[in-house]
Design a binder for this molecule. Structure first.
Ligand SMILES: *Cc1c(COP(=O)(O)O)cnc(C)c1O
Length: 548
């Protein structure tokens, strides 16, 4: 049993606010000074955890880890256990996140995170977050009698390019006292993702199909959060990857996969483990950083980016910079689209900046940029103000440059690899056709991680090191991104006796059969206009009976 934490509290990275409860952190999402919430202390597991946690199930490990971040005054142990059980009962695999050794001779493993209801890794966090929202609201409404007084209600608003929206909708559908509005750019999400979102008929789920781009949708959402009326009349909630509960939930599979691997190795083995993480907004790999800081023996966290490579550029140049090329080059071959994001085969990683990177930058500022602080409070305050300068510079000039010391501190825990679309396609093909992994099929996001892993496995400093293991996180089921998989595999044969690639037979899960033909609930909005969308939200809430 984890010893109940005395009192874990949270602070904002921008230095303005301290002492937040876990509940406030989860319900607010973003701090009022625009910073992100981080725990005041990164906890260490109880002594002997390497033994006592070794054989725990995913759910029991989740309980032990969550208990270190959520004080038991906030969520009593039995409630927390129940929330965890319910959140992971929707997964199709008994291990929740199984570890699949696809190339045993190379110590190469794929950590499959896509066995949740929407077939992508975001379910691991959003199934839990949906239950948490409901739990807090039920508790706030405990003393509000039916028909008397105003019930606490949360209106979640989010924009999606595909994955976050479906995972959020499946996490929140049917939850009491919560309504969810998801904006997606009309015709710009994949047909499967669109169908996943719009075929959920729960009354509290509202899909808004907006004529415009994903960035237009995101701008509207940002404007709504600071809308003078809407933000006063409604409690607005966010489910994007900056919500602390999402990071927390993702820590569990690092520990779980570590123990799974240990159980498969000869007793007494001390593997050197690198986690390779297909990265966009830096949430998934940041959870690995927390696991490492908690004491999990991780050699390196490898950030694998696609051609939207701001993070890879940071690790090569110490410049955190939105735009990689000069304006003259823009629009040229391989240059940037107007808004700077390149559309790749791994769209869930198509980002200009990685919002969660701010959390890592805070820890780096705390460690490196506070030499004269004499106590923890001073150190925190100084880290907050350094972070503030960095983020202001990024916002104003599109660039932040950190010192060599800061970069070196980051390199102790992280390395990075950039993977092109062409390499992504080649990797899907290679893994499908070449024994022993054949006929395993990767989705394009997972393939970015696998491409990076195979590169590292072949690197001279790895060659011959028998105890180095690479665990590559697989973030989506290939059926979700069949366009890229078809592109890579159509007409390709998967090694001896496997036969030609066939999407229907080899990839499509039962759950996707006929999905696109099912009844849908979606409202069109003809422009990405704040007023139009605010109106759609007010009307949606009224129809649902939640508007007040
Ligand atoms: C969201 C997502 C990612 C990127 O994860 P981050 O936490 O944003 O770095 C990678 N792959 C898939 C399939 C995703 O949905």
């Amino acid at each position: 049993m984890a010893s109940p934490t005395a009192s874990q509290k949270y602070l904002s990275t921008r230095g303005g606010s301290y002492g937040f409860t876990f509940e406030a952190t989860v319900l607010k999402g973003l701090a009022s000074d625009n910073g992100l919430f981080i725990p005041e202390e990164i906890p260490t597991p109880p002594a002997g955890w390497q033994e006592t946690w070794k054989t725990l199930s995913f759910q029991d490990l989740a309980y032990e880890i969550f208990s270190l971040y959520i004080s038991s005054d906030e969520i009593p142990a039995s409630d927390l256990r129940e929330l965890i059980t319910r959140s992971y009962s929707t997964f199709r695999h008994e291990d929740i996140t199984p570890l699949n050794t696809i190339i045993p001779d190379e110590n190469f493993h794929v950590l499959e995170l896509f066995h949740g209801p929407t077939f992508a890794f975001k379910d691991v966090a959003l199934q839990f977050l949906g239950n948490l929202f409901e739990y807090f609201l039920i508790r706030k409404n405990k003393d509000v009698k039916e028909g008397e007084g105003k019930r606490h209600h949360l209106t979640v608003i989010g924009a999606t390019s595909g994955d976050t929206g479906s995972a959020a909708i499946y996490g929140l559908r049917g939850k009491k006292d919560v309504s969810v509005f998801i904006l997606h750019p009309k015709g710009r999400v994949s047909p499967i993702q669109e169908a996943q979102m719009t075929t959920v008929l729960a009354k509290n789920v509202h899909n808004l199909s907006v004529v415009g781009t994903f960035d237009d949708c995101q701008d509207v959402v940002k404007a709504l959060f600071s809308h003078p009326e809407l933000s006063k009349s409604h409690n607005l909630g966010a489910v994007n990857s900056i919500n602390w509960a999402r990071i927390l939930a993702q820590i569990v599979y690092y520990f779980h996969s570590y123990f799974t691997l240990l159980r498969r190795l000869p007793a007494g083995s001390v593997p050197i483990i690198r986690y390779v993480v297909p990265t966009g907004n830096f949430g998934d790999v940041l959870a690995g950083y927390y696991a490492k800081k908690m004491g999990l023996p991780i050699d390196k966290l490898v950030i694998a980016t696609n051609e939207n490579d701001i993070l890879d550029r940071f690790f090569r140049t110490s410049r955190y910079e939105k735009h990689p090329v000069s304006p003259e080059e823009e629009g040229g071959e391989g240059g940037l689209a107007a808004e700077g994001v390149k559309a790749t085969l791994s769209p869930a990683m198509d980002i200009l900046v990685s919002s969660n990177f701010e959390r890592l930058l805070w820890y780096l500022a705390y460690e490196v940029e506070t030499p004269n602080a004499t106590n923890k409070d001073q150190k925190r305050a100084q880290a907050g103000s350094v972070l503030n300068e960095w983020m202001t510079s990024l916002k104003k000039t599109g660039t932040t440059v950190v010192s060599e010391d800061v970069l070196n501190a980051a390199k102790r825990d992280f390395t990075s690899e950039r993977v092109s679309d062409e390499q992504t396609v080649q990797t899907i093909r290679h893994i499908f056709t070449t024994p022993p992994s054949a006929p395993y099929i990767l989705d394009p996001h997972s393939a970015v991680g696998v491409a990076a892993s195979l590169r590292l496995i072949k690197a001279p400093q790895t060659a011959g090191q028998e105890n180095v293991h690479h665990i590559s996180l697989s973030t989506a089921h290939p059926a979700k991104f069949n366009h890229a998989v078809d592109l890579a595999l159509t007409g390709v044969s998967g090694g001896e006796g496997v036969g030609e690639y066939d999407f229907e037979k080899m990839v499509r899960p039962q759950e996707f059969l006929g999905l696109e033909a099912r009844e849908k609930r979606v409202r069109g909005v003809e422009r990405a206009d704040v007023e139009l969308i605010r109106q759609a939200i007010i009307e949606g809430l009224e129809k649902e009976g939640a508007g007040e």
